[in-house]
Design a protein around this ligand. Structure first.
Ligand SMILES: Cc1cc2nc3c(=O)[nH]c(=O)nc-3n(C[C@H](O)[C@H](O)[C@H](O)COP(=O)(O)O)c2cc1C
Length: 208
């Protein structure tokens, strides 16, 4: 198998698993691996305006289940990762968050701020900062799901959650944080990988 075929087979193997085998536990090293797949994801300007909460305690998982409209996937998963993202105020060019993150890059703040400020102003003036921040959480979520599939671990991305309730469980300030997306992991109860239902390439792709 070529590297392309191998990777494509991982993409085909991943599917939205909605019921996990509660007897087949996910190991600590699996959890660390999945979180690292997220950590290695790219982010706009490299700011990593997110935080990953690995929900493993049964008590917190039960609360999260309620905040996710009682989706069985949450209750049966060995791991739920809540990816939260910073709200608009954190992204001000003069904020301590931006200054700390930017100072890690070659050239430091002096190289970063002029370029960043132009784009920040565009986002701010168009009221796009919160949605820009949230959109980015889908990238580590995808990296985690694909990485998990490559290691034989099943997953499901979840948009079905109540933001406020999730932030309360995590004891986060809603003026600073939003819930971006939740992703659950474990081993499927049913071992059959379902057929992919996808539009043909010709209908969703154009070469222009
Ligand atoms: C951003 C996003 C949010 C999703 N939210 C939910 C959800 O809340 N509950 C659920 O059961 N499935 C959810 N899904 C799973 C999709 O329904 C599923 O990925 C889609 O139907 C394609 O099927 P497949 O992933 O098995 O190929 C979500 C998927 C994505 C990408």
């Amino acid at each position: 198998m070529t590297a392309q075929e191998q990777f494509a087979s991982v993409l085909r193997r991943r599917y939205a698993c909605r019921l996990f085998d509660t007897e087949h536990t996910i190991t600590d090293s699996d959890i660390a691996y999945i979180l690292d797949c997220g950590r290695l994801s790219p982010s706009s300007f490299g700011l990593e305006g997110w935080h990953f909460y690995a929900v493993i305690s049964p008590e917190k998982k039960k609360k999260l289940y309620a905040a996710c409209f009682m989706q069985e996937a949450v209750l049966t998963a060995g791991l739920a990762v809540v990816i939260v993202c910073r709200k608009a105020a954190s992204y001000k060019p003069e904020s301590s968050f931006v200054r700390e993150r930017a100072s890690r890059f070659p050239g430091g703040l002096d190289a970063f701020i002029p370029d960043y400020t132009g784009y920040y102003d565009y986002l701010k003036n168009n009221n796009l900062l919160d949605s820009w921040s949230r959109a980015q959480t889908y990238i580590p979520c995808t990296s985690m799901m694909i990485g998990a599939a490559g290691a034989g671990i099943d997953s499901c991305a979840l948009e079905g959650f109540e933001n406020q309730a999730v932030l309360e469980i995590l004891e986060l300030d809603p003026s600073v944080w939003d819930t971006g997306i939740i992703c659950v992991f474990g081993y499927a109860r049913d071992k059959t990988v379902p057929e992919k239902i996808r539009m043909p390439a010709g209908e969703i792709t154009s070469y222009v």
